[in-house]
Design a protein around this ligand. Structure first.
Ligand code: ADP
Ligand code: MG
Length: 251
């Protein structure tokens, strides 16, 4: 049965989407069958994997509201072993509309259950909020992976995130696990980055991945070409880092 990993942190700009795209692509490159789920109305994971978000009839929005099946929503990307449930700006309305849906905390899970066995890993990119969409990601997931940006305010908001995970464990999904923390945008030229890593290690009693994602301009450029990093610049430090993260995930 496939393992479902939600990539969550309610802070924007910490590297969730970059991690969702490139971890997915790196796992697929290793021959794992991957489904990536774009749960952010910005649709950056969708476009970052080369899928035109405005051209999709069936997106995660239609799926959550029961207007299409998961098979109808699924798009094959250009890459071997890598499929996508796309999103676009319509998803922004789903928060409100889900209120009327029965068991709305499980709307995503109930659909993903149909395809869980078809994949080795299912990677969910969460929006930058602790919203109903993020709760849906967590009830679907086996574990939560938290990217933390190596910056001064790295720890801010982390206790709310941990609290949300605990609430979901208590009330909705007792076996939800904490996959671990991955540091992103690490800048080896500054002391700040290494201080943040030390600080988080001292304050969080949780798994921290050995792989640290460096600040790498190729990672920032790749989405504008609609390419994951291993297709855009396979020898870059960013591509190497996400390959190592994939290796750690596979274990
Ligand atoms: P989030 O999904 O958490 O909002 P993103 O993955 O979209 O964060 O990243 C925010 C911005 O930082 C994007 O412009 C992205 O291209 C850039 N970025 C992310 N990770 C890196 C990195 N390791 N090196 C350089 N730029 C990065
Ligand atoms: Mg994002």
């Amino acid at each position: 049965m496939g393992k479902v990993i939600a990539i969550a942190n309610q802070k924007g700009g910490v590297g969730k989407t970059t991690t969702a795209i490139n971890l997915s692509a790196s796992l697929a490159e290793k021959g794992k069958k991957i489904l990536t789920i774009d749960l952010d109305p910005q649709g950056n994971t969708t476009s970052g994997l080369g899928v035109e978000k405005s051209e999709q009839d069936n997106t995660i929005y239609e799926l959550l509201l029961g207007e299409c099946t998961v098979k109808e929503c699924m798009v094959k990307t250009e890459y071997d072993n890598l499929s996508l449930l796309p999103s676009n700006v319509n998803l922004a309305g789903a928060e409100i509309e889900l209120i009327d849906v029965k068991d709305s905390q499980y709307a995503l899970k109930n659909e993903i259950d149909y395809v869980r066995d078809d994949f080795d890993y299912i990677i969910i990119d969460c929006p930058p909020s602790l919203s109903m969409l993020t709760v849906n990601a967590m009830t679907t997931a086996d574990s939560v992976l938290v990217p933390i940006q190596c910056e001064f305010y790295a720890l801010e908001g982390l206790s709310q995130l941990v609290h949300t995970i605990e609430l979901v464990q208590e009330r909705l999904k007792p076996d939800l696990e904490f996959e671990g923390v991955v540091f992103t945008m690490y800048d080896g030229r500054t002391n700040l980055s290494s201080q943040v890593v030390e600080n988080v290690k001292n304050n969080l009693q949780t798994r921290i991945f050995d792989t640290i994602i460096p600040r790498n301009v190729r990672l920032a450029e790749a989405p504008s070409h609609g390419l994951p990093i291993n297709a855009y610049d396979t020898k870059s430090a960013g591509a190497e880092a996400y390959r190592n993260l994939a290796k750690e995930i596979i274990g």
